[in-house]
Ligand binder design. Structure first.
Ligand code: CA
Length: 238
């Protein structure tokens, strides 16, 4: 793709105003795109907004990575080597129906667009595209996003969690800790991992801030909301 096909505009003010909303979360986004220049362009834009970007350059590896609940959103090209994007989309809609997929494709005909929506795409943006439009659409889909782990629901925009009858507003740390556990649902996450991801590496590894935060979350969401794996860490049901 030529540079001219990746259009951009000067930054509208609303981008600056809303930028911080997801910036601290490092929300993981997977970009499945085989064109290195477009991938670099999209990656730079998303990372500048605070997202953590992973990439796959073909359909099969993209599908493999996208499965399993690690990502909050997928940006998907359609013309891909190996498995084409529409097949990736169909398979993802079966295995991870709640995962929002935004198609970013040079195919701009109505038939392909409608096919994409029918197969489960949440959004469709044709190339050439504006980076700012892509970022705006990504934000809209993330604002509507509710993640699930077992009986627990985490509302990303409202920063609220619900499990059974208990629902609670979360502080920033509580939200980030829970978000990390939800993303790794079914896995044991160590205190060290949580310290690094939620508090930052400068924190004393001997600190008990993780345990204190987990205790607060259990008070809000019930004693069984987060499982303790003795001497190892914490886990949420898958
Ligand atoms: Ca392509």
């Amino acid at each position: 793709m030529r540079a001219a096909e990746m259009t951009d505009v000067s930054s509208p003010c609303h981008l600056r105003v809303t930028r911080g909303r997801f910036a601290a979360l490092k929300m993981p986004i997977l970009v499945i795109e085989d064109e290195p220049r477009i991938l670099a362009f999209v990656r730079r834009g998303l990372e500048a907004q605070g997202f953590a970007v992973d990439a796959a350059a073909d359909g099969a590896s993209g599908l493999r990575r996208a499965r399993g609940g690690r990502y909050d959103l997928v940006v998907l090209d359609l013309l891909l080597p190996g498995l084409d994007g529409l097949t990736v989309l169909r398979e993802l809609a079966r295995s991870d129906p709640a995962l929002p997929v935004l198609i970013l494709s040079a195919r701009s005909d109505l038939r392909t667009k409608l096919c994409g929506f029918e197969l489960g795409a949440r959004d469709y943006l044709s190339k050439p595209f504006s980076l700012h439009e892509l970022l705006a659409r990504v934000r809209v889909h993330l604002e509507e996003r509710v993640l699930r782990a077992g009986p627990l629901e985490l509302d990303l925009a409202r920063r609220r969690a619900r499990t059974g009858d208990a629902a609670a507003d979360l502080t920033d740390r509580e939200f980030r800790l829970l978000h990390h556990l939800v993303r790794h649902r079914g896995e044991i996450v160590s205190r060290e991992q949580l310290l690094a991801d939620v508090w930052g590496y400068h924190f004393d590894p001997g600190s008990n801030v993780v345990d204190v935060c987990v205790r607060r979350l259990r008070k809000k969401l019930g004693p069984t909301a987060i499982e303790t794996i003795r001497h190892v860490g914490y886990r949420l049901a898958a």
